[in-house]
Design a protein around this ligand. Structure first.
Ligand code: ADP
Length: 697
């Protein structure tokens, strides 16, 4: 039932046995190659791989177990099934020890033999080749014989060829050595007595050459007279064996076989060693590759986890930052709202001629401090905008000379006792492109600091505004120089960082949060300018220098109103006919009761008719009932916002609208103005500012 034709090699020296076995096997449809000696078997294995070997235990000069061992030593043929044909029990054991797969007695029933062979053939279908090209151990054995007798050489060649060896001959030792070096011989047979060079010498040269080239070569010295002396001389010369020359070649053949077997055995061992090393190396390489892959996978996994974590943290941070923004906006609103009624009342009272002088002064003090608190809230908000890169500045033509003059005037009127302030300006107009409100804030901060850190008694502050060229760029330089406490050199670089003050004492003595300069520098940088400080050290005074790039003044157009009011949100177009009347019908919408009551009272005291509402709904109702000229509404209301109120009211009647807001952001103001409000006043609202907005109305 076999689909393929199996190829069997029969190694059997008995022709009769061989013929009968071949007939039996071919009868099965198998192909049989018959060889009569081990050498011939190796020669067949060199060229092809049969599927099974049937091996006689008794072969000429070699036992079956030896042959078996050699076949097993070869990597390619080690898994070839071998069946040993034996006649004695003991041989069977030896055959199996040497690696035969089965043994069959020669007397066995042929049917039994066939069954065993079939089983083995089926079992060993697959064979794995581990190292390619390792047919070496079955290669044809190549011998060289060196002798001055042509007749002997011819005879020797004939005898050895019959054994399966390939034999070359050389009459001249020199020529023999030459050929030996050039070819790839397994063994050399050297005659001892030769005319030119004797065998010992040839042997010596052979042995030197093979040592130098590490070439495994078997050498046999042939002699006519076998003496102990010659034997030891031969071994000294490096010969592997010493054999008497005779017409009976059986001893020589036996010796050659034995030597070659040893040589092949060593070679095979070496090869197995190489193979093991190779396999070990492969295993190591595989393990290293596996480990590298595992490490890589672990790293990738870790990296992915870290990236995910990072993304999560980033998202959390973004959310926290958004929440903080929201919180700050709300906080500022909440902080400013209660200040409005306080400021409105104290402002009003501080100017009430009916009150005694000392009471008016108390109100002035309260007013100053409420304004200071408002200033601190604004600073904190500004800082938030700066850190978020949200600080916006206008780009309008601004007269710095005017700004400095006004700030100096304000500071001089604010306190009775303060250092002597002098201001010198190079030109009448000093125009830059920028934000008037923000630049006023910077100049105000520099001058306030100079006043704060300079003794009122005997100290002086010198302010200079000059046109200069810095690094080829025309610029405006403002210097505020004082004779005050000065700044430590190591502090100079840090005072522009937020929350930096020279010392705790400074904080205790002079107050402040350490935000003014950080905000000022950020504003100046948004104007492409520079703000620097210098000082000779403690008590040597300080100089702050502000540089702003200037544009060609002639190309600038002063916007209307720029000279009067820096806060754009508070100037907008108003209907001209409203300017005539001085008392108005006002709807005041405010959910903060104190603010609502105070403002209503103050407005009524000024002769206005005031209706009050605390929500969008209430305002809508009132606007249906009462005739109105002006709407003053808070922005944030419990049931909507100021824009909702304005929309509701203006559907019923035309009003001039003013929004009060705790949200001081530019975009809030813009939103209100876009919605149609004429003014956007940031809380806390002083009554004078509100009045101005009404009068403008
Ligand atoms: P603060 O509100 O605390 O004054 P600033 O940012 O305006 O905050 O100033 C930071 C610090 O720089 C001050 O606390 C002070 O130590 C120092 N400083 C600012 N201006 C002067 C000055 N003219 N003379 C001496 N020190 C000054």
């Amino acid at each position: 039932m076999n689909e393929r034709t199996y190829h069997l090699m029969l190694v059997e020296d008995s022709t009769t046995q061989a013929i009968s076995l071949t007939a039996l096997l071919e009868g099965e449809g198998w192909k049989v190659t018959w060889v009569s000696s081990a050498e011939k078997a190796f020669s067949v294995l060199r060229d092809c791989q049969p599927d099974l070997i049937l091996l006689d235990y008794h072969l000429p000069g070699i036992r079956g177990d030896e042959v078996c061992r050699r076949i097993r030593m070869n990597v390619d043929s080690r898994s070839l099934p071998i069946v040993m044909l034996t006649s004695q029990e003991a041989h069977q054991v030896q055959g199996l020890d040497s690696g035969a797969d089965d043994f069959v007695a020669k007397s066995t029933n042929p049917e039994v033999l066939l069954v065993r062979l079939r089983t083995l053939l089926q079992k060993s279908e697959a064979k794995d080749r581990i190292i390619a090209g390792s047919q070496d151990s079955f290669r044809e054995v190549h011998l060289l014989a060196i002798d001055d007798s042509a007749i002997f050489l011819e005879k020797l060649k004939h005898e050895l060829a019959a054994e399966g060896y390939k034999v070359e001959t050389a009459l001249d030792p020199e020529e023999g050595l030459e050929r030996l070096r050039a070819g790839r011989f397994d063994g050399v047979i050297i005659d001892l007595i030769m005319p030119k060079v004797d065998g010992f010498e040839v042997c010596r040269q052979v042995s030197e050459w093979r040592k130098k080239n590490q070439f495994p070569l078997v050498s046999i010295l042939l002699t006519g007279a076998e003496s102990t002396d010659n034997l030891s001389k031969a071994l000294d010369a490096g010969a592997d064996d010493f054999v008497g020359k005779s017409n009976d070649f059986s001893i020589l053949k036996g010796r050659i076989r034995a030597l070659l077997r040893r040589k092949f055995f060593a070679e095979e061992n070496n090869r197995i060693l190489q193979e093991l090393k190779h396999k070990e190396l492969e295993a190591l390489r595989e393990r290293a590759a596996k480990e590298a892959a595992e490490t890589r996978a672990a790293l990738v996994e870790e990296l992915e986890a870290k990236t995910e974590e990072l993304n999560r943290s980033r998202e959390e941070l973004r959310r926290a930052s958004a929440a903080k923004d929201q919180f700050l906006a709300m906080l500022s609103h909440e902080l400013r709202t209660p200040l409005t009624p306080v400021l409105a009342v104290v402002e009003d009272r501080s100017q009430d001629p009916a009150l005694p002088e000392d009471v008016r002064r108390d109100f002035e003090m309260i007013s100053r401090n409420v304004k200071l608190e408002t200033h601190l809230i604004n600073d904190l908000l500004d800082l938030t905008r700066i850190t978020q890169g949200k600080l916006e500045v206008n780009h309008d033509p601004v007269d710095m000379n005017r700004i400095v003059t006004e700030v100096v005037a304000m500071c001089c009127s604010a306190q009775a006792v303060q250092p002597k302030i002098t201001y010198r300006s190079a030109g009448a107009q000093a125009m830059v492109i920028g934000d008037a409100v923000r630049l006023t804030q910077v100049v105000w901060n520099l001058l306030q600091n100079a006043i704060k850190f300079t003794p009122a008694d005997g100290g002086s502050i010198d302010i200079r505004l000059t046109q200069e060229t810095v690094g080829g760029v025309p610029c405006l330089a403002l210097e505020v120089q004082d004779t005050g406490v000065g700044i430590e050199p190591e502090m100079l670089g840090r005072i522009f960082d937020a929350f930096q003050q020279e010392s705790v004492q400074t904080t205790r003595m002079f107050g402040g949060l350490g935000l003014g300069l950080a905000i000022s520098r950020a504003i100046v940088e948004r104007h492409d300018g520079h703000l620097r400080a210098s000082s000779g050290g403690p008590n040597q005074g300080s100089t702050f220098r502000l540089e702003l790039p200037v544009q060609d003044a002639s190309s600038m157009q002063m916007p209307e109103g720029n000279q009067d009011d820096g806060d754009k949100s508070e100037v907008a177009g108003q209907p001209p006919e409203m300017k005539e009347r001085q008392t108005w019908r006002i709807l005041l919408v405010e959910d903060h009761q104190d603010t609502r009551d105070t403002l209503a009272r103050l407005l009524r005291r000024r002769g206005h008719e005031v209706h009050t509402a605390g929500s969008v709904e209430e305002a809508a109702r009132l606007s249906s009932e009462a005739a109105l000229d002006i709407l003053v509404t808070d922005f944030g209301l419990p049931d909507g916002n100021g824009i909702d109120v304005f929309r509701n009211v203006s559907q019923k009647q035309a009003v001039h609208a003013i929004v009060l807001s705790g949200f001081g952001m530019k975009e809030d103001a813009q939103r209100a103005l876009d919605a149609g409000f004429a003014h956007h006043l940031v809380k806390p609202v002083e009554i004078t500012r509100l009045e101005a907005a009404l009068v403008h109305g």
